[in-house]
Design a protein around this ligand. Structure first.
Ligand SMILES: *[C@@H]1O[C@H](CO)[C@@H](O)[C@H](O)[C@H]1NC(C)=O
Ligand SMILES: *[C@@H]1O[C@H](CO)[C@@H](O)[C@H](O)[C@H]1NC(C)=O
Length: 178
């Protein structure tokens, strides 16, 4: 007894899980924001980083060089604005121009995060020696590059730098609530 009930519950769970997982998202192109921070740009790493980006199968849909001011950094890193390290972050991020790029590929957000490596560049040199941060980062603050950490961040960060022109992607908008 209960065998049929268990089976029904099992099937319901399966349907629930399958219904929730973005089963088609894995074949859809995704966009993310990549940034070469002031240390990466002034350290002449831009060409090498772009070479790695293209070699890894990303399309660079748009790019520009901007010199951020304090207000820009405060808006961009709003979630960090009350942290003790914030004044240093502002100083670093406004110390020179940055390169911002819209990258596109299937799985762009997680693939770009994987390519740049751990936040702490010092650790990256040990655990992820092939990562971009191992190549050009210094520590957890001066870590040379940035990548959006979620579909929600990607949408927000792309529209921050490039307006709405690249942020109308359906696959990105669908995940906004997560
Ligand atoms: C970057 O390249 C420029 C021009 O090629 C050169 O003048 C400069 O010294 C280089 N900077 C670094 C940190 O290598
Ligand atoms: C940065 O802030 C300035 C005003 O201080 C503004 O004109 C500019 O559009 C901002 N840049 C971005 C990318 O938001």
């Amino acid at each position: 007894m209960g065998g049929t009930g268990s089976l029904v519950i099992f099937l319901l769970c399966l349907m629930f899980l399958l219904g929730r997982s973005p089963s088609f998202a894995s074949t859809e192109k995704e966009k993310t924001l990549a940034m070469i921070k002031p240390d990466g740009f002034s350290g002449n790493y831009t060409a090498e980083i772009k070479r790695v980006i293209l070699k890894s199968g990303f399309n660079i849909l748009n790019e520009k060089i901007v010199h951020l001011d304090e207000e820009n950094v405060t808006v961009f890193y709003a979630e960090h604005s009350k942290r003790t390290f914030f004044p240093n972050l502002v100083k670093y991020m406004t110390s020179g121009p940055v390169v911002v790029m819209v990258l596109e590929k299937v799985g762009a957000i997680s693939d770009w995060r994987a390519l740049i490596g751990p936040t702490d560049a010092q650790k990256a040199k040990i655990t992820h020696p092939d990562s971009i941060r191992a190549l050009c980062g210094l520590n957890s603050e001066r870590n040379c590059v940035h990548g959006s950490d979620s579909p929600h961040s990607a949408t927000r960060e792309i529209s921050f730098f490039f307006g709405e022109m690249f942020s109308s992607g359906e696959s990105i908008a669908n995940h906004d609530e997560l």
